[in-house]
Design a protein around this ligand. Structure first.
Ligand SMILES: Nc1ncnc2c1ncn2[C@@H]1O[C@H](COP(=O)(O)OP(=O)(O)OP(=O)(O)O)[C@@H](O)[C@H]1O
Ligand SMILES: [Mg+2]
Length: 485
């Protein structure tokens, strides 16, 4: 999180500066009020009273302006870091290898990109407010101690208990916050599967089952949220009670001091104001402590992804893919998904340039896997895959991916025009190329339909088509991005 905020250190400095101005303005009001009472009202000096009142008005105006500024700076900083973090996370997810996405749950990833990042946003918003609150507390304590150390002791003597209670509270909040974020991820997973798999759910008449699964997850989110609310409910009354105890201390001790003539009424009233002034900073602190626990659980979940390094990357000194006819060669290839049993073992295969080859075999015999190894969706465990004699692992990944086109068995349409879906990876592709791609798929289709004609209503998946059983393509030299080729 520190890394995300660092580029905007100036905004943090500005937030703190505005917060300090706000604090100075705020804590000087009770002092000015005390002076107005002692020098104006007590001495029947209306001129002095007007002077002090005008001073209070001026300071109040500064405080009001600072409130607005502080809020703007806090939100600007929080929204900026939220946007940056989300971009970083999504960009990183795109870079991660297929094997990561094979095991990652979409719902969990969505939750991390949404609710987890929002938790961090909430903490960033609270940073300038909390700094201002802490400054207020320090200011109040210093002023009270300077005026009368014993009065300060009666007013603030209970504050150390807050420290103990806060430590216990944050320690107990962390696991609950983490569990809640996990449950939110699971809930998002069930919602995502219910929506994307709606045809399967309906086809099997399993709506009731899916609703029940959703209910279980929703109840878990509810339970964890209630756990969190219960912890807060136990901690926050203490925060409200502390200033009240301070007020009792001031009235008891300060009142007796006034009766004995050791303190002025103005000093006691000012001290009263100061203690009342602690209510809001203490509440802020309570909110922040609760939020920090949840946000650090979220930050951990986001870090888990950011710390995962993509496994399929350019090797040092990877060479560009030289233009060539497009021969694909498998030499003694052995490959297994993760730690499972080998799907391919000792595969030798040569597909010469311009040759069309159909791999025919039983279901799950590894035909699709063969196609996936050419553009390095996965790396072989042993053996080599070569394009025009160049080992794909020693060639620049972008070149390999750019040279190989794949028609996936499960097609996925983005929420865009048909034309954009065909020219997905090369949005600038000329219309001519788009039509050629369409004709390759179905020779007469481009004359029958304009690729601009229809727009899918939303991203969607289509079931596998029988025509997709020939895997892979060797479109060297041609711009691979024409996805349909
Ligand atoms: N992402 C993956 N993670 C783990 N195992 C996988 C993955 N993809 C495929 N497999 C397994 O690898 C084996 C080969 O799968 P593959 O999809 O290559 O077979 P296929 O010959 O294309 O089958 P089909 O005729 O159904 O298309 C199967 O046992 C399959 O379950
Ligand atoms: Mg297959």
């Amino acid at each position: 999180m520190r890394e995300t905020v660092r580029p905007y250190a100036w905004w943090v400095v500005l937030g703190v500066a505005v917060g300090m101005m706000w604090t100075i303005a705020r804590i000087s009001v009770p002092t000015l009020t005390g002076e107005a009472i002692d020098r104006g009202i007590e001495r029947y000096d209306s001129g002095a009273l007007v002077g002090w009142t005008v001073a209070i008005l001026a300071v109040g105006s500064v405080q009001a302006v600072c409130t607005g500024l502080r809020r703007y700076v806090a939100f600007r900083l929080a929204l900026r870091t939220e946007t940056d973090l989300r971009m970083r996370l999504v960009a990183h997810l795109q870079r991660l290898h297929f094997a990561f996405h094979d095991t990652a749950q979409t719902g969990q990833l969505m939750a991390r990109a949404n609710t987890d990042i929002q938790q961090i946003h909430m903490v960033v918003i609270l940073i300038p407010l909390t700094i201002a609150s802490i400054l207020t507390m320090v200011g109040v304590a210093s002023i009270l101690i300077a005026r009368s150390p014993l009065l300060a002791l009666f007013a603030l003597g209970t504050l150390p208990f807050l420290n103990i209670a806060a430590t216990r509270f944050t320690r107990r909040m962390y696991p609950v916050g983490l569990a809640l974020q996990e449950e939110l991820g699971d809930l998002a997973g069930v919602v995502e599967e219910s929506v994307t798999g709606v045809r399967v759910v309906k086809g099997f008449g399993a709506e009731r089952l899916q609703v029940d699964r959703l209910a279980v997850e929703a109840e878990s989110v509810y339970d964890r949220s209630i756990d969190q609310a219960r912890l807060r409910a136990g901690f926050l009354p203490l925060i409200d009670l502390l200033p009240t105890l301070g007020l009792v201390g001031i009235l008891w001790y300060g009142g007796h001091q006034v009766l004995e003539g050791n303190l002025t009424i103005g000093t006691v009233i000012a001290a009263n104001f100061y203690v009342l002034m602690l209510i809001w900073p203490l509440r802020m602190l309570g909110m922040l402590l609760g939020q920090i626990s949840r946000a650090s659980a979220s930050a951990g979940r986001i870090h888990e992804i950011l710390a995962t390094e993509p496994e399929i990357v350019d090797t040092p000194g990877a060479a560009p893919l030289a233009p060539g006819p497009g021969e694909v060669r498998f030499e003694g290839v052995r490959f297994a998904y993760g730690s499972g049993r080998p799907v391919l073992d000792g595969l030798d295969l040569v597909i010469r340039a311009g040759e069309a080859v159909a791999l025919v075999g039983a279901t799950a015999s590894g035909k699709t896997t063969v196609a996936r190894l050419v553009p390095r969706f996965y790396d072989v465990d042993s053996g080599r895959v070569l394009i025009d004699g160049a080992d794909v692992r020693e060639t620049r990944l972008a070149d390999v991916r750019g040279a190989v086109g794949i028609v996936f068995e499960d097609t996925f349409l983005f929420s865009d025009t048909v034309r954009s879906n065909i020219a997905f990876a090369d949005p600038e592709a000329p219309m001519e190329a788009v039509r050629r791609a369409l004709d390759l798929r179905e020779p007469t289709s481009s004359s029958r339909t304009s690729p601009r004609a229809t727009r899918p209503s939303s991203a969607s998946t289509a079931t596998r088509s029988p025509a997709a059983s020939v895997n892979g393509s060797r479109s060297r030299g041609r711009s691979s991005p024409i996805r349909a080729c």
